[in-house]
Design a protein around this ligand. Structure first.
Ligand code: MLT
Length: 200
């Protein structure tokens, strides 16, 4: 997989970064540095091309997802994380997953498919990615969701439903609302930073 890697400073964790539709592996790097500069970074480029725009899974239309594709690609990404952890020498069980929009949806799907694959996740403007979820245990997983009250792509109801789904399966989830649309603002990034700093 096409990716960018930066080694963590001594004693620091590593971010897994998944960008939004049309982005690439460099998009969220400045944001991750704003959240915690000392952390390492594993940032992946989405392998699906939608009219030249990189994504992490196929969709049929806006908000209508190819769920078989989500399942397959979630598996490929988790295999890649293991390979990368061996190559670069980080602990795959201690990643902080951080994604925006399509990337946040993939992280949400990985949590819902694989239980505690990430202990911490920051999801900017995600939605419920899968219509069916099996028995999962998200105890020990902390999730920050950033949502927009006027997001034209993700309805408030959908953001709230994801929050409840994660929480209902044992995650320690919080949802922060911003009086904005689908864009990712500095205010939201700083709120995720505060949340991360408050985690032990
Ligand atoms: C996007 O454009 O990325 C969507 O709103 C979310 C998705 O398709 O996963």
């Amino acid at each position: 997989m096409i990716h960018y890697f930066k080694k963590a400073e001594e004693g620091k964790k590593t971010f897994l970064l998944l960008h939004g539709t049309g982005g690439d592996e460099m998009d969220l790097v400045p944001l991750a540095n704003m959240v915690d500069k000392g952390n390492g970074i594993l940032s992946i480029r989405g392998a699906v091309s939608e009219n030249g725009m990189n994504r992490f899974f196929r969709r049929i239309a806006e908000g209508i997802f190819d769920e078989d594709d989500i399942r397959q690609r979630a598996g490929e990404i988790s295999d890649f994380i293991l390979e990368a952890s061996e190559k670069y020498g980080f602990n795959p069980n201690d990643l902080i997953a951080l994604g925006y929009s399509n990337g946040a949806n993939m992280i949400a799907a990985m949590l819902l498919l694989k239980g505690g694959i990430f202990r911490q996740a920051i999801l900017h403007h995600p939605m419920v990615p899968l219509s069916q979820v099996g028995d999962i245990n998200l105890e020990g997983t902390s999730v920050f969701i950033g949502a927009g009250t006027n997001d034209p792509i993700v309805t408030g109801e959908n953001s709230q439903r994801l929050y409840e789904l994660l929480k209902g399966n044992g995650a320690d989830a919080v949802i922060s609302w911003f009086d904005k649309g689908h864009s990712l603002t500095k205010e939201e990034v700083l709120a995720s930073r505060e949340w991360l700093l408050s985690q032990t």
